[in-house]
Write a protein that binds this ligand. Structure first.
Ligand code: NAP
Length: 462
């Protein structure tokens, strides 16, 4: 194994974390991993889009100093390791970076490079905005109603990887422990001799930092509501606790800025339902953020049938994994879904494609680079470079509105002109110069009606 030498680009400076905020120099060093498989084509197209947006927005006064770091197949082939220490150090030292998709190593110690990076940097929020770009092919009737931001907890839940395979000595030891110390619980296992077992830790600290980040984001971005997605009716002390800790934190730390369904329940018990509903209505009319919850099963239905009732969604890890991709399907699928992994306490952030390496299309210059391009848009906004981020959005909207799209959209759009991955990047850059008023057929963030208290009752668990 050889450790790659990482030489910082001349003239570049570090982003630093000061007084709870990022301090971004004009020439920030940003580490990147191009990614395996289609990652190579996608990165080439995307980096040109990022540089063009920054150049157009700041006319040379700001420029990104890119620093390549290695992971995945490229790292394994060149250096004999899937995740070199220098890569983790690069993201740790320079705070903010971006990556393409990585092959998951089969066998060996690392379950997933993405999970490893998230754990090593304690990136506790997986941020997945899901919004509609006009003209994107969609399987639903009203994709324009989809404008949600998922805050998925990124470090706990079954992703801790504590699992015992059925029939192994470890599984037997673990089940023996359970039989001896918790016989009543052991008796609940229907087929203990052939059961694999997993553990699902969800903590108060882990929940609170995630919920705090979600509520702050919602307040800063003038969103209407935060919904806790959970399966607390079955998993009371993990997902149910997530919901309860979330409500307590919302009321304790955000007081007058929020109104929670837990307050609604208390007022209902004390003064009846109409008093509770009137209280909620006046809180919402006064601009307070509504903090509510939905059971994990029904939310899949409601986010399709009543998409405009959902805004920011905070959820445990596994729920977020499922929901992010399900929602992305409503607005164009994983080819265009961006993501970011963030620690809002230290400032560390790695933005990334949400799809995999799609190896069958590797080096064909074919796939949609939208997921990495829009992840870069999130990264620039996170850095406070909003003007460059806005140009990227305008560019993507323009390219899609002109029906200049990659194969995945072209096969679903009438009258589309199918272009290669690199040419889609060109079309995005060319569209940055369009007049802003021609950019979108609809506002990026649709106004939502103030939710009536009655809406709450329909979605509530019994
Ligand atoms: P995948 O790479 O996401 O590909 C599945 C399908 O999704 C592709 O065949 C393609 O569909 C579509 N797709 C993916 N990326 C696209 C893009 N940029 N533009 C348009 N369509 C796109 O999933 P996979 O084949 O299951 O996984 C391959 C490898 O990636 C595995 O090693 C897996 O572990 C890894 N992976 C990595 C990440 C990550 O790094 N974040 C995430 C998931 C998977 P069509 O065939 O219909 O065209």
């Amino acid at each position: 194994m050889i450790e790659p030498t990482i030489t910082p680009p001349a003239g570049g400076e570090r982003i630093i974390w000061k007084d709870g905020k990022l301090s971004v120099p004009d020439r920030p060093i940003l580490p990147f991993i191009e990614g395996d498989g289609t990652g190579r084509d996608i990165w080439r197209a995307s980096v040109r889009v990022f540089d063009a947006a920054v150049q157009k927005a700041y006319g040379g006064a700001r420029k990104i100093a890119w620093l390549e770091v290695f992971a995945g197949e490229k790292a394994f082939e060149q250096f004999g390791t899937w995740l070199p220490d220098s890569t983790v150090k690069g993201f740790r030292d320079y705070l903010v970076g971006i990556k393409g998709p990585l092959t998951t190593p089969i066998g060996g110690g690392i379950r997933s490079l993405n999970v490893a990076l998230r754990k090593l940097l304690d990136l506790y929020v997986c941020l997945r905005p899901v919004r509609y770009f006009a003209d994107v092919p969609s399987p639903v009737l009203h994709p324009e109603k989809v404008d949600m931001v998922i805050f998925r907890e990124n470090t706990e839940d079954i992703y801790t990887g504590i699992e015992f395979e059925d029939g192994t000595p470890d599984a037997r030891r673990f089940l023996d422990l359970l039989r001896e110390d918790f016989p009543a619980e052991f008796a609940k296992i229907r087929f203990p001799a052939t059961a694999g077992v997993g553990i699902k830790p969800i903590s108060r600290e882990g929940t609170e930092r995630l919920v705090r980040a979600a509520i702050r984001y919602a307040l800063d971005n003038r969103r209407r509501s935060v919904t806790f997605m959970h399966k607390g009716n079955i998993m009371k002390y993990t997902e149910g606790a997530f919901r309860n800790w979330g409500y307590s934190l919302a009321e304790r730390e955000f007081g007058e800025q929020v109104y929670t369904w837990s307050q609604w329940e208390r007022t209902k018990s004390a003064h009846g339902e109409s008093a509770a509903s009137a209280e909620q209505q006046s809180a919402e009319a006064a601009g307070r953020l509504l903090v509510k919850d939905a059971i994990a099963d029904i939310i899949f239905q409601q986010t399709i049938t009543r998409a405009d009732e959902f805004d920011v969604i905070a959820c445990p890890n596994l729920n977020g994994d499922f929901l992010s991709d399900a929602l992305a399907a409503q607005v164009g699928g994983i080819g265009i879904a961006p993501g970011g992994n963030i620690n809002y306490t230290t400032g560390h952030a790695v933005f990334e494609a949400t799809h995999g390496t799609a190896p069958k299309y590797a080096d064909l210059d074919k796939v949609n680079p939208g997921s990495v391009i829009l992840s870069g848009e999130m990264m620039l906004r996170y850095m406070g470079w909003n003007e460059a981020a806005d140009l990227i959005l305008r560019g993507v909207e323009g390219a899609i509105a002109a029906k200049t799209v990659t194969y995945d959209f072209a096969r679903l759009m009438k009258g589309a002109r199918e272009v290669k991955c690199s040419a889609f990047g060109d079309a995005v850059i060319a569209s940055m110069d369009r007049k802003p008023e021609a950019a979108a057929k609809k506002p990026a963030t649709p106004k939502k009606p103030v939710r009536k208290p009655e809406a709450k009752k329909k979605g509530k668990k019994k």
